[in-house]
Design a protein around this ligand. Structure first.
Ligand SMILES: Cc1cc2nc3c(=O)[nH]c(=O)nc-3n(C[C@H](O)[C@H](O)[C@H](O)COP(=O)(O)OP(=O)(O)OC[C@H]3O[C@@H](n4cnc5c(N)ncnc54)[C@H](O)[C@@H]3O)c2cc1C
Length: 382
């Protein structure tokens, strides 16, 4: 059903291209890649060769310059085939937003035009540390000025895409006495000596690799600082405010896939002499899943429109993150229930969809932290 999707002809065209490549190149091997926990670089390159790369990068740098409303739809479409792959494929150019929004023209030429566009280098964003997750401002990674350079030391954990990344946007304290206002951002290349260790063995989104990143006396030129000293935390929060919409759309794709499979299954599974879809208790469940997914999709489109118009997102961003990710987990769980015992078996796709769904309330700011932000806004503004 296309309800609740206001798709324009030009969006339809690009969605169709993405869908056809993903269904041909990715879908047949998703189960195997999930088992191995592997990111398929060949599929990444096939999508990129078809022009589906760097959707957010402005046309002047050779990207597609698509608005967020369209990108959210594309993330969901690819998420229907695999939420983890969709997240990992797009996060690369999404992460480039930080450079586009805050770095100098010179840095944009070097990192966007050369690294991202020419070399298809992957970018990871390193915020989280073993003892600084939700309380990101408590990070202890440091960047100390030494002549024309900075020397970085610290350990980052759970970094998406790190095993394959060539460029790392690292948050580090340039002034340990100033808390969040002492954090600055640096572009660090793998060749600068950054070490990627301990690849995580995850429950879900296993096509997206995740690893620890260690910085031991990593020296970078002072010109690698993004924007102004001490403004890094503000930049990262600004980036997370809108990148959450595209990430949550990947999860919504998994939820839609779970619903589609559950409808097909309910039409063919016969118990008590009739397809189980004939039971109102069950077909109401399907209707409820459809209603909530549609509401989540509408909310994402609204949030993306707000971001495209550069309007304030202080409540829109956390509220959308919570609703869409909770819907994703709930929908996959309900759809799994419709499969009964088969839903619990690895031979069927539902258990993977549920495992994939489970990350969305956790990363890019846990849902508890999002509620904390909303509650504080309500207290302050009424
Ligand atoms: C697969 C995956 C990929 C990731 N990718 C990246 C990445 O690319 N880059 C990056 O920097 N990070 C990444 N992360 C890290 C992610 O953003 C953090 O895991 C997340 O912010 C939570 O931090 P934490 O795991 O330390 O949990 P904690 O902060 O320790 O939280 C534990 C629990 O306590 C709750 N809690 C904490 N404080 C409060 C409070 N004040 N009030 C109420 N509840 C609270 C949390 O909501 C949570 O339920 C990734 C994580 C995962 C799992």
């Amino acid at each position: 059903m296309k309800n609740f999707k206001l798709i324009k002809p030009e969006q339809e065209e690009i969605l169709g291209l993405l869908k056809s490549i993903a269904e041909k190149e990715l879908a047949p091997k998703v189960a195997e890649l999930d088992e191995k926990g592997e990111f398929p670089m060949d599929v990444f390159n096939k999508l990129a060769d078809a022009g589906l790369y760097a959707m957010n990068i402005p046309e002047e740098y050779g990207g597609l310059g698509l608005d967020l409303k369209t990108r959210v739809l594309l993330h969901e479409e690819l998420g229907k085939v695999d939420a983890g792959f969709s997240f990992a494929f797009f996060i690369n150019s999404n992460n480039a937003d930080i450079i586009l929004d805050y770095a100098t023209d010179e840095a944009q030429k070097q990192y966007i035009a050369r690294k991202v566009m020419e070399e298809r280098a992957l970018i990871s964003v390193c915020i989280t540390e073993p003892n600084a997750g939700s309380d990101a401002a408590a990070m202890t990674t440091t960047a100390v000025r030494d002549g024309d350079d900075y020397i970085l030391n610290g350990t980052k954990c759970f970094i998406s895409g790190a095993p394959l990344a060539d460029v790392f946007i690292v948050c580090a304290k340039t002034d340990k006495t100033k808390g969040a206002k002492g954090i600055s951002l640096f572009m660090v290349e793998r060749k600068d000596g950054i070490k990627v260790s301990k690849e995580e063995n995850k429950m879900g989104i296993r096509l997206s690799s995740t690893a620890e990143v260690v910085l031991e006396d990593v020296r970078v030129p002072a010109s690698n600082m993004i924007g102004k000293e001490g403004e890094g935390f503000k930049y990262i929060m600004g980036y997370l405010e809108h990148v959450r919409f595209t990430t949550m759309a990947c999860g919504l794709g998994a939820a839609q896939h779970a619903l589609d499979l559950a409808v097909d299954y309910a039409k063919t599974r016969v118990q008590f002499g009739q397809p189980i879809i004939k039971n109102q208790a069950l077909n109401f469940k399907l209707a409820d899943i459809h209603i909530r997914i549609s509401a989540a999709r509408s909310m994402l489109q609204y949030a993306a429109a707000v971001a495209d118009e550069h309007l304030p997102m202080e409540d829109v961003s956390p509220a959308t993150k919570v609703f869409v990710s909770d819907t994703t987990v709930w929908a996959c769980n309900e759809a799994l229930q419709i499969f009964g015992g088969y839903g619990y078996m690895k031979e069927y796709p539902m258990e993977k969809l549920y495992r994939d769904a489970r990350i969305f309330p956790i990363f890019e700011g846990t849902n508890e932290i999002q509620k904390l932000v909303i509650a504080r806004l309500l207290e302050k503004n009424g």
